[in-house]
Design a protein around this ligand. Structure first.
Ligand code: DQA
Length: 146
C-alpha cells in the first residue's frame, strides 16, 4: 500500500469559512479536506488531513509524516513566519514538501514576507484561496510520479 499524502494545517485555520473571509474565502477546512481527498483519490492516492493550533503538535505531526507519508503539504499559517522548530522538523524529511497558503503573503503586511518554511520546502503555492491546496496536491502527485 502506498503511503498517504499528509496535509497539515496550522493555527486559526480551523476557523476558515468565518475567519476574515475577504482574505481567506468562504470554504471551511472540512470543505478543503473533502476536495483534497477527492482530488488525490482520483489519482490513486490517499490523504491524512490534520490541524493544530499548537506549534509542538505540528512538529509531532511532521515527525509522524517523516515515517508515514509519501509527501507533505503544509499550511503552517502564522508559524510560517516565526517557527524555527517547524523549519528544523521539515529539514529532517526526505519526501516532497509543498508549502501552501490561501492568501498571497507577499502582498500583505511586511512581517508575512519572511517564510522560514520556504527555506525547507520543495516549493510554495500561494494566493489561490482554497484552490492552493488542490494545486499543492497536484504538485505532490507530479513529484511522486517523477
Ligand atoms: C496563511 C497566511 C499566513 O500569513 C497567516 O498567518 C495565516 C494563513 C494563508 O493560508 O494565507 O494564518 O498561511
Amino acid at each position: 500500500m502506498a503511503k498517504p499524502i499528509y496535509i497539515l494545517n496550522g493555527p486559526n485555520l480551523n476557523l476558515l469559512g468565518t475567519r476574515e473571509p475577504e482574505i481567506y474565502g468562504s470554504d471551511t477546512l472540512a470543505d478543503i479536506e473533502t476536495a483534497c481527498a477527492g482530488f488525490a483519490k482520483a489519482a490513486g492516492h490517499s490523504t491524512v488531513f490534520k490541524q493544530s493550533n499548537i506549534e509542538g503538535e505540528l512538529v509531532d505531526m511532521i515527525q509522524e509524516a517523516r515515517k508515514s507519508a509519501s509527501a507533505l503539504i503544509l499550511n503552517p499559517a502564522a508559524y510560517t513566519h516565526t517557527s524555527i522548530a517547524i523549519y528544523d522538523a521539515l529539514k529532517t524529511l526526505d519526501i516532497p514538501v509543498i508549502e501552501v497558503h490561501l492568501s498571497q503573503p507577499a502582498k500583505r503586511e511586511s512581517f508575512r514576507r519572511r517564510s522560514y518554511v520556504a527555506e525547507a520546502a520543495t516549493g510554495t503555492i500561494s494566493g489561490f484561496g482554497a484552490k492552493s491546496y488542490e494545486l499543492g496536491v497536484q504538485a505532490a502527485i507530479n513529484l511522486l510520479k517523477a
